[in-house]
Design a protein around this ligand. Sequence first.
Ligand SMILES: Cc1ncc(COP(=O)(O)O)c(C=O)c1O
Length: 394
Amino acid sequence: MPQLSPRVTDMNDQGSDGWEVFARARAMVEQGIPVTELTIGEHDIRTAPAILDAMHAAAHAGHTGYATVPGITPLRQAIATRVTQRTGVPTKVENVLVTPGGQAALFAAHLTTLQPGDAALYVDPYYVTYPGTLRACSARPVAIPTTAENSFFPTKGALDTAAQTPGAKTLLINTPNNPTGTIYPRAVLENIAQTCRDHDLWLISDEVYDTQTWEGDHLSPRALPGMAERTIVIGSMSKSHAMTGSRIGWIFAPPHVIEALSDLAVSTTYGVPGYIQDAALYALTQGPDLEQEIAEPFRRRRALALDVLARQGTVGVIPSQGAMYLMLDIRKTGLSGQDFANRLLDSHHIAVMPGESFGISAAGHLRIALTVNDDRLLVALETLCTFAQSLTRA
Ligand SMILES: Cc1ncc(COP(=O)(O)O)c(C=O)c1O
């Protein structure tokens, strides 16, 4: 019997993909048990009808054939203009590749920069696909540990230690951050940039939550001195425009990197459907107002949730500034995030993600997604806090 490649079969270590509680919740829902799901990062609204109309019209106009592989020029131009306005970094069509979503962009960026066996650094806690993506590129994932006490920001010492790993070639960061809901401050990004320059690393900057900022500003590290030439930015319309199912995202990088990524795309995705690109162009043309409208429910729910949490003393929260998540600290209960999440699901039919699903640094924590309506979120959060208190007293 021919064997499968360990590059793929060993993608998820310990045989776990971190989604067991989510899978159990979905199984309960299928059995007709109502569950409040605060698990995945998907809006509770669908793609705006006007964007769908643009998609429909483009398909009917005949944009159903192969589209040009780096992306249609008007869309690449619109993306370049948007990022130039948002970050101040002059960006041209040649700096942009259109991709089928952020995940495909993450994979392509690593495959293009890493050789088999190279060390690929990433910050723990992390978005669940990261280590698997790196293993699928035949790289050695190296997690950079962080602590709740430091808001899960990587310290300069931890960055430099990881960067000294033999064969270190890339550093992957994510701000605004999933799962922690933090935004990296300038000082943290300057440390990251310094480490990349000192150790000659590519910086792969996942900025798919760049429109979800509640406090302070999102700073793209590509804008820091000397970084545009070594930074590969991952973007997506999944979160900014509630277009998760349309699979549309992008990469900004120096032109020679975009050329290499474009060659890779010819042998992998062969580009993004033309009618999806036309719909994306329409959506971007609506400007920041639409983006703010889509982000607004998360801003509101974060404030509501912080109010509930401020009224009790058992469940802590990592100071959050962005993205559609909050990271709760349940260490006072003495339970692991995994045990707490399983017990909460069984006893109260509320599904949350255990911190451990996102790496060992987030043990004893829970990630909640602010993706149900305000009333349901408030009830679920109050129940979660009361449950935590009952465990603490027990
Ligand atoms: C941090 C982060 N990066 C990338 C992605 C992938 O997004 P998409 O492939 O839908 O663009 C997600 C999705 O949840 C995410 O949270």
